[in-house]
Design a binder for this molecule. Structure first.
Ligand SMILES: C[S@@+](CC[C@H](N)C(=O)[O-])C[C@H]1O[C@@H](n2cnc3c(N)ncnc32)[C@H](O)[C@@H]1O
Length: 264
């Protein structure tokens, strides 16, 4: 059985006044953490302005706008109508509306894009909210050109942040079983295997914020402990915006880049 409810989670994301209320990665004390995800892509991918990019679960459009400002033609889709509007506002504000088209759409139905697969497909900060990741990965693969790349993030079970989140979810499941859980974690081995099943091969992975224990959590923002933890994470980001090697899988978020397997 999936860890996330396959009806209730997409229903939650389709509604107004849900994700738009808490997903503001460019603002607030943790902006440095989310900026590091962009930095990984900027450093690792040699961006070609001729690329056609698909940003799945575009949110406020931060990644789509980034690639559009680099000259790429970008399509962004999101399940949430409010996020579609907000991403369009981002595109306008950054002066890239002509190169960044945003529509409503789902990661589990990319048939339209499979007709003209893209050079780069992004699925950032979304794996953890998908009740059926294997299905989404098959769709994402069909939307990625054989010569293209696929970039994604996930919350690793191996990280302190992921482990704390799992304790929180276990407590919630036990004491408030009727409450909706909208996120989950994955281990690196599981991610590799899910990618392989969908026809992708993991090329590399980079971890952001090994010490970022309160990513996404605004609950304790005013608390001295949260401020101290954020300060520690900011220091880490200043010294090392992202990790490679053995520490990579222990970031609060892992950025992965995969290639389609030939013939898959
Ligand atoms: C945490 S936000 C990440 C947004 C953006 N990728 C970023 O990193 O800033 C996740 C986004 O995915 C959208 N989403 C959730 N389920 C989806 C699905 N099945 N298909 C497409 N978008 C989805 C949400 O509405 C939300 O805007």
């Amino acid at each position: 059985m999936s860890e996330l409810d396959s009806d209730r989670v997409p229903d939650y994301f389709r509604q107004r006044n849900t994700v738009a209320e808490w997903w503001t990665p460019d603002e607030g004390p943790l902006a440095f953490h989310y900026d590091a995800e962009l930095k990984v892509l900027e450093d690792v991918l040699v961006i070609d302005p001729a690329w056609r990019v698909l940003d799945v679960g575009t949110g406020r459009g931060r990644f789509g706008a980034f690639f559009a400002t680099r000259g790429c033609d970008v399509w962004g889709i999101d399940l949430n109508p409010e996020m579609v509007e907000l991403a369009r506002e981002t595109a306008e504000r950054r002066g890239v509306s002509e190169r960044f088209t945003i529509e409503a759409g789902s990661a589990t139905d990319l048939a339209v894009y499979a007709q003209a697969p893209r050079d780069l497909v992004l699925c950032m900060e979304l794996f953890d909210h998908l009740p059926d990741l294997p299905l989404a990965l098959r769709e994402l693969r069909s939307a990625t050109a054989d010569s293209g790349r696929f970039a994604f993030t996930y919350v690793p079970s191996e990280s302190l942040y992921g482990a704390l989140g799992n304790v929180y979810r276990a407590v919630k499941r036990r004491w408030r079983p009727q409450e909706l859980l909208i996120s989950r974690t994955y281990g690196l081995t599981e991610i590799r295997s899910l990618l392989a099943d969908a026809g992708f091969e993991l090329e590399g992975h980079w971890g952001v914020g090994v010490l970022c224990l309160n990513a996404q959590t605004r609950l304790f923002e005013q608390n001295w402990l949260a401020r101290a933890l954020t300060g520690l994470a900011r220091l880490e980001a200043r010294i090392r915006p992202y990790h490679r090697g053995r520490l990579a899988r222990h970031g609060a978020h892992v950025v992965g880049i995969a290639r389609p397997v030939r013939g898959a």
